[in-house]
Design a protein around this ligand. Structure first.
Ligand SMILES: Nc1ncnc2c1ncn2[C@@H]1O[C@H](COP(=O)(O)OP(=O)(O)OP(=O)(O)O)[C@@H](O)[C@H]1O
Ligand SMILES: [Mg+2]
Length: 402
């Protein structure tokens, strides 16, 4: 998961996965095929359904009307995958919601890469939707976004290869039955998309175990004198954070196996407001929070503050600003607004106001209590205070800043 704690983030963290596993030990409940959730929990009940479940209707409509050629084992043609990601309307009038807001070309290159023999590396600063895009790509291409390896400093080689069920191993010796395949191994055997999160946090020698998989498309199992050869349709999407550069540099041998796509920050304030409003609406609905339209002005203000501080200059280009140490990403704007909506719903009148987002903004901006506080106060006094129609916002921020 991201370095920043980001409640709206996607994908099970190792901790989440572990706790789900711990609760599914109950023998009467059959765990799902990946052990991630009991299979009899309907998707509507899960706190955060996988992309392929949340957007099952859109994916089915696309598959039904997609008459373009599909690469082996793809659920959709590359054209339909791009349409799923960027949004649009199908001939029968079905509306496909945009998942990724950004340059069309980026999506086209990413989708095309998956249809070649090169893997895809999504690179970018925190909160630029690397994980999000990777999940939706896997969902659209393979109908399954769960073949996931979470990269950390402690990720072992087994996470890419295989492990052993020791009880079976000791009882019967090494056999296919005793082998526990990694998500990557399963993706190879089934011709699906595997995902690796935060590739550059993984120690270099472990990263290198991906080289054979990506170049030879095979995974040897010396203990059994066998190998698993990748089936057509297999590919891999990795994400890496720009800010982690230098933690564990990607070896050049491994980098050559990837096509790199750099995800940019949203180009315009309007695009960023749209992303935040859309995601907050989705998250809010799953948490039964009030609808967003009431709060769109407040969203615009949060996005404006984040962008100005991030860019180090006011939107009109007139005043130079110091930037705080936090990333102030779109993802953080999403959590600030979601938390604000929850405050408004539970302790206010359900309408998002300045007072509901002020605490969240302060928390996102002031990461370093000394230096960032000065930056924030200067911004409040020189920019926010003077801005027409921002008096309520200024007062709300002052109140929590003291
Ligand atoms: N261009 C965008 N289009 C759609 N959603 C976006 C965009 N940028 C950010 N988001 C939203 O931001 C949230 C966080 O994105 P995500 O977790 O994928 O970021 P990330 O790049 O993986 O960050 P990190 O480097 O911290 O892991 C997601 O909910 C996603 O919807
Ligand atoms: Mg991520």
């Amino acid at each position: 998961m991201p370095a920043t704690v980001e409640p709206t983030s996607v994908g099970p963290t190792p901790v989440e996965a572990a706790s789900v596993e711990a609760t599914s030990v109950d023998a009467s409940v059959e765990p799902g095929r990946d052990g991630s959730a009991p299979s009899d929990v309907p998707a509507a009940q899960t706190l955060r359904p996988h992309a392929e479940d949340a957007f099952a209707a859109e994916l089915a409509a696309l598959a039904a009307q997609d008459d373009r050629p599909r690469p082996a084992r793809w659920r959709l043609s590359p054209w339909a995958v791009a349409l799923y990601l960027l949004g649009g309307t199908l001939p029968d009038g079905t509306v496909i919601t945009p998942k990724y807001v950004g340059p069309r070309r980026i999506v086209e290159v990413a989708v095309t890469t998956l249809a070649t023999d090169r893997a895809l590396l999504l690179l970018g600063v925190p909160g630029t939707a690397k994980t999000w895009l990777s999940e939706h790509l896997a969902a659209a291409v393979s109908g399954d976004s769960t073949l996931l390896v979470q990269g950390t400093a402690g990720t072992p080689e087994e996470a890419f290869r295989y492990g052993w069920n020791y009880a079976r191993l000791l009882a019967h010796g090494p056999s296919r039955d005793a082998l526990v395949p990694s998500p990557v191994m399963r993706a190879m055997a089934e011709g699906r998309t595997a995902r690796v999160e935060e590739l550059t946090r993984i120690p270099a020698d472990v990263q290198d175990s991906l080289i054979t998989i990506l170049s030879e498309k095979t995974l040897p199992i010396p203990e059994l004198g066998e190998e698993v050869q990748a089936v057509r349709g297999f590919n891999l999407i990795a994400t890496a954070n720009d800010r982690d550069r230098g933690v564990n540099e990607l070896s050049s041998a491994l980098r050559r196996r990837f096509n790199t796509v750099v995800l940019p920050l949203p180009e315009t304030p309007e695009a960023e407001v749209e992303i935040v409003a859309r995601r907050v609406d989705q998250i809010g609905r799953s948490l039964d929070l009030p609808a967003v339209p009431e709060g769109v002005d407040e969203i615009r203000r949060v996005v404006t503050v984040f962008r100005e501080l991030r860019d180090g200059v006011t939107a009109d280009g007139r005043t130079k600003l110091k930037s705080p140490s936090g990333t102030l990403s779109t993802a953080e704007a999403i959590s600030v607004v979601t938390n604000g909506l929850a405050l408004a719903a539970h302790f206010g009148d359900g309408v998002l106001r300045a007072g509901d987002v002020a605490v969240g903004i302060l928390g996102a901006v002031v990461r370093d209590p000394a230096a960032d506080r000065v930056v924030w106060q200067e911004y409040l006094e020189t920019v926010v205070r003077e801005r027409d129609g921002w008096q309520d916002f200024y007062r709300a921020c002052r109140e929590v800043t003291e």
